[in-house]
Design a protein around this ligand. Structure first.
Ligand SMILES: Nc1ncnc2c1ncn2[C@@H]1O[C@H](COP(=O)(O)OP(=O)(O)OP(=O)(O)O)[C@@H](O)[C@H]1O
Length: 299
């Protein structure tokens, strides 16, 4: 479980995601204005979460939650601790089956599909806690992700058939490009456990991208980052979207969420309490109340 929140969305300036006490970012990407103004609510529907309820015994982790993600968006899923955000990711990626309701990706139901089928279908994710193969190199960790799309059989791999060699070479090249994309190509041959925490989080993103997703779900990617690392992450998230991958983001850091997302859904106790642009959500009394822990009418 994550640290408790210290900021409410209303305390933040959606136009300027940079913390006031932080040095100006160094890359052009960070300095570029937020893409928020370019939200494309009319874009092609990619994911539909339709009236999803998910119960764990007596706990209703998701309570009739609905929202729609469109291609090309950076979409935020926020809410206080225990609101149901990770459960929502888990329902979308085949970890849990909703008790009721539907989830459609590219128009097809993904309820009941296995995790690897959903990955192959185009949804990739990272986790709240780093999950890498610590004794494998950074490059090998990414190649594991690329393997999800290999067509050769175990037999071909065992007998080192030419097709397997070709795929391995392509996977290696692409994995290296992805390390470069996330900015850690200089660590390609280092074992994952020797990478810094920030590098490990980037490596996880590279590995998720190696599955060639249409939708990338990031679960608290900025957890444990310092302000400078958060700015770099913000730039990376934009770069991922600009490369054609839709991004769904769970994040507690409100500056980051408000600065990078096009639209946001807010959950509280498993229920959707708000949806809209960062500015709309930031000014929503129900959202402010949820973060401050006071009743809506007292906010
Ligand atoms: N496997 C599980 N078994 C029982 N209850 C669970 C399980 N997973 C989550 N829950 C409960 O469901 C609710 C939603 O949890 P979830 O982890 O989805 O919240 P969250 O919004 O991701 O929280 P956080 O920001 O703290 O990670 C919580 O009450 C949690 O205790």
């Amino acid at each position: 479980m994550s640290e408790p929140h210290k900021e409410t969305p209303a305390e933040l300036d959606a136009e300027n995601a940079r913390p006031v006490d932080q040095a100006a970012p160094t890359t052009d990407e960070v300095a570029a204005p937020s893409k928020t103004a370019e939200a494309k609510p009319e874009g092609e529907v990619l994911l539909e979460v339709d009236n999803v309820t998910l119960r764990f015994g007596g706990v209703v982790a998701l309570n009739e939650v609905s929202f729609t993600l469109r291609k090309g968006e950076i979409f935020g899923l926020i809410g206080p601790n225990g609101a149901g955000k990770t459960t929502c990711f888990n329902a979308m990626t085949g970890v849990y089956r909703p008790t009721s309701g539907g989830i459609r990706f590219k128009g097809q139901s993904i309820v009941g599909k296995k995790k690897h089928e959903i990955t192959r279908g185009g949804i990739a994710r990272t986790f709240q806690n780093v999950r890498l193969f610590p004794e494998m190199t950074a490059l090998e960790n990414v190649m594991v992700g690329a393997d999800a799309h290999h067509k050769t059989s175990v037999i071909a791999a065992l007998f080192r058939l030419p097709r397997h060699h070709r795929e391995e070479r392509t996977g290696r090249d692409r994995s290296y490009q992805l390390l470069r994309f996330v900015g850690i190509e200089n660590r390609a041959s280092d074992v994952a456990r020797n990478l810094s925490y920030g590098e490990q989080r980037r490596l996880e993103i590279a590995r998720a991208l190696a599955t060639n997703p249409t939708l990338l779900c990031l679960d608290e990617p900025a957890a444990g980052f310092n302000p400078a690392e958060k700015q770099e992450l913000l730039a990376l998230i934009r770069k991922i979207r600009d490369s054609g991958v839709t991004v769904l983001l769970i994040e507690h850091d409100m500056r980051l969420v408000m600065g990078v997302t096009d639209r946001i859904v807010v959950l509280e106790f498993g229920k959707k309490i708000a949806e809209g642009t960062p500015a709309e959500v930031r000014d929503n009394p129900a959202v402010i109340a949820a973060y401050l822990g006071v009743p809506t009418d007292a906010a």
